[in-house]
Design a binder for this molecule. Structure first.
Ligand code: SF4
Ligand code: SF4
Length: 254
């Protein structure tokens, strides 16, 4: 099993590795790409560690493999997914590479984000609205960059329609304190790295629903073409989920 000490060693290795510069986009300033590469590597590593832990706990609890390996349902991508801006930046960059940053797509992200924040998460799941990053074949377009929330969701249910996040049969990392602590530590390190790299004057980077966070990052990339200060300002001004949003989203379905 992954332990905290090993994770911290890995985080230190990744944070200090100047070679983590895959997916380099020549249209962006090199330092920006390097910072986003680091964030992607950390997010991916933390997500993998959490996924391992959730699988181990679920296997020992249910005595079998999760249903996900046999599942072709799009149901788990009907969830509301919340992400940090740190996780959203590599996603937005990957979508730009796929030429998805069209005005039409951005308008859809705006609408979906507002819609998700205006209703409780269970009611949203029951609407069966696919994630905007799912393609026509129900595949994730950003699989390599997918958020930690997507990596930690497994279910041991007979029917994917029970795969809502609050189903007792699904095993979520939120029940695993160790896993949650590992992810939070990792995210905080990466956020610190971003803020130092870009001089961002914001206490912490915001968490928002996936469509809104990715939209904020698209806007920051557009601003980056005008200069580093504009990129920094765009990130500083990116909206966060408010207590009122959270109250609505966590409300019990009527
Ligand atoms: S979480 Fe549910 S819907 Fe998603 S792959 Fe697993 S069984 Fe299928
Ligand atoms: S980001 Fe990918 S894995 Fe996550 S909900 Fe969207 S399509 Fe599914």
């Amino acid at each position: 099993m992954m332990d905290i000490e090993k994770l911290n060693q890995e985080v230190e290795r990744i944070m200090g590795d100047p070679e983590i510069r895959s997916a380099y986009d020549p249209t962006l300033p090199r330092t920006l790409n390097a910072a986003i590469d680091r964030m992607q590597a950390l997010s991916s590593y933390a997500g993998g560690a959490v996924s391992d832990l959730v699988l181990q706990v679920g296997r020992s609890k249910f005595g079998e493999e999760p249903a996900c390996g046999r599942c072709t349902s799009p149901a788990c991508c009907w969830q509301v997914v919340s992400v940090t801006l740190m996780e959203a930046l590599p996603i937005a960059r990957a979508l730009r590479h796929l030429n998805q940053d069209t005005a039409k797509f951005l308008a859809r992200l705006e609408d979906l984000g507002q819609w998700q924040r205006s209703m409780n998460a269970a009611a949203w799941f029951n609407m069966h609205e696919p994630c905007p990053f799912q393609d026509q074949q129900n595949r994730c377009m950003i699989y390599a960059q997918r958020p930690i929330a997507c990596r930690q969701h497994f279910a041991w249910t007979p029917d994917p329609l029970y795969c809502r996040g609050d189903s007792p049969e699904s095993v979520q990392a939120r029940t695993l304190r160790l896993a949650v602590e590992m992810v939070i530590d990792t995210i905080l390190l990466a956020e610190q790295s971003l803020r130092v790299s870009f001089g961002i004057h914001r206490e912490s980077l915001p968490v928002n629903v996936l469509p809104t966070a990715v939209l904020s990052c698209f806007r920051a990339f557009a601003a980056a073409t005008r200069g580093k200060d504009d990129f920094r300002r765009a990130l500083e001004q990116a909206p966060a989920l408010t207590p009122a949003d959270l109250e609505v989203m966590r409300a019990v379905a009527s």
